[in-house]
Design a protein around this ligand. Structure first.
Ligand SMILES: [Zn+2]
Length: 217
């Protein structure tokens, strides 16, 4: 049996906890209160000589405004032109494609081995501009080596990340101090691939790049 008073106290405590943690994301000075852990990143990122040259395949050209917006946002946040567009697919470390062959629950997917961001056209066509931008910003976040924070093992942090962070899938289009710090930290904790390693992945038929070229993505 629940007594009203107890419920009230519980709700109040939860609220303070949530608001307290939420405040930690607001300002750069307090963003450090959330500890970065190895559960937040993979082993590698898509940079090569400090940049990620990206190519927009014809089926993703309709998302060029969102891609331009998202890459600029990250470049500004990182204070560096990490993302640079190229018209040479073979010189790219990242290729954007638009596809309807992704699982229905994915609005977009980033594949960090062969360097592909696949945008799910059925979601993208339903989303408004703000959400389309947010999807691209989130997927670009993976290219730094960051994992999805909506899968973070700790439950209370996970729900906080979901509500407050780009990599938690909050659909934000502004990059907050926490998002920026996480990206920089991921870049530091992960490695970039040599050309040999990267080309090895690009020739792997099981990976997105080859699937895409063969019309399976
Ligand atoms: Zn993700």
């Amino acid at each position: 049996m629940f007594k009203f008073k107890h419920v009230f106290v519980l709700v109040l405590t939860t609220l303070i906890f949530v608001i307290g943690l939420a405040a930690a994301f607001g300002q750069s000075s307090s963003a450090q209160t959330i500890k970065f852990t190895s559960e937040m990143h993979t082993s590698k990122n898509l940079t090569y000589n400090g940049t990620i040259k990206y190519y927009v395949k014809s089926d993703a050209k309709k998302y060029t405004p969102e891609i331009t917006y998202a890459t600029k946002k990250w470049n500004n946040a990182l204070g560096k032109k990490v993302f640079q567009r190229t018209n040479s697919i073979s010189r790219s470390r990242l290729v954007f494609t638009g596809t309807n062959k992704l699982g229905a629950s994915y609005a977009g997917v980033a594949e960090i081995n062969s360097g592909v961001i696949a945008l799910n056209t059925s979601w993208m066509s339903r989303y408004n501009q703000q959400k389309r931008r947010a999807v691209v910003i989130h997927e670009l976040g993976h290219t730094f080596g960051t994992k999805d924070l909506y899968e973070y093992p700790n439950a209370s942090l996970r729900s906080l990340f979901k509500a407050q962070t780009i990599m938690g899938g909050n659909y934000a289009t502004s990059i907050k101090p926490f998002d920026k710090k996480l990206a920089k930290w991921s870049l530091k904790k992960t490695r970039s691939m040599s050309q040999t390693e990267f080309r090895h992945y690009r020739s792997n038929t099981g990976l997105y790049y080859q699937q895409m070229l063969n019309g399976r993505l």
